[in-house]
Design a binder for this molecule. Structure first.
Ligand SMILES: CC(C)(COP(=O)(O)OP(=O)(O)OC[C@H]1O[C@@H](n2cnc3c(N)ncnc32)[C@H](O)[C@@H]1OP(=O)(O)O)[C@@H](O)C(=O)NCCC(=O)NCCS
Length: 173
């Protein structure tokens, strides 16, 4: 498994990995990613990825993938909270991470976090994230990487008719 910068040709794998999250949710598994009510169309995903590329080209995004056997099995991105570095929140990045279900618990998430945080240096000064309150494995991982809890956002997520609180965490680089 290697961790490297995201490339345009990663899109089909990224889309497939994201769609798998909907399968997990539909199977009643506690997938800790914020999703839409319905799985977005392939066109919507293509438009999303174009936005990702624009953000990367503008210097507002750090994005790494974990590749195993020629496929992307995980990704971690940190995107600038403000519109550009001149904004008063331009030094803050928001982190998201996803590892394919069949590759979790093997160190992929740790390797992705390490690669992403390394690339954040010089670009962001603070990294923030929100994690589902019941996602204890992810919280352990973030604490190991120096993230500190700053509070709980009540009812941040509404999945079906169930509300889920989020824990907000921050790491000052
Ligand atoms: C949260 C997530 C990114 C973590 O990724 P991961 O690849 O499972 O993380 P790691 O394997 O590096 O670490 C997780 C655990 O596996 C253990 N582990 C690390 N290397 C390992 C290995 N080689 N073999 C077995 N276990 C290992 C770690 O010690 C850690 O244990 P802990 O839970 O007791 O702390 C992943 O589970 C995921 O994508 N979940 C679904 C989406 C999600 O919740 N995203 C977070 C949104 S905030």
């Amino acid at each position: 498994m290697i961790v490297r910068d995201m490339r345009p040709e990663d899109f089909p794998d990224l889309r497939a990995n994201y769609y798998e999250c909907y399968d997990e949710r539909d199977a009643g598994l506690p997938i800790g990613i914020v999703l839409f009510r319905e799985r977005p169309s392939e066109e919507a995903e293509t438009a999303w990825f174009e936005g990702v590329r624009r953000s990367f080209d503008a210097g507002n995004l750090v994005s790494v993938v974990a590749e195993s056997d020629g496929h992307v099995v995980g990704t971690c991105s940190v995107s600038r909270v403000g519109p550009n570095p001149d904004s008063e929140v331009g030094h803050v990045g928001g982190l998201g991470i996803l590892v394919r279900r069949d590759h979790r618990g093997k160190g992929v998430g740790s390797a992705l976090l390490e690669g992403a945080l390394e690339r954040c240096r010089g670009k962001f000064e603070v990294v923030q994230l929100a994690v589902f309150i019941d996602n204890e494995g992810a919280q352990r991982l973030y604490r190991r990487f120096g993230f500190q809890e700053i509070g709980v956002y009540p009812r941040a997520i509404k999945r079906g008719d169930r509300y889920i609180d989020e824990r907000l965490m921050v790491r000052v680089l």
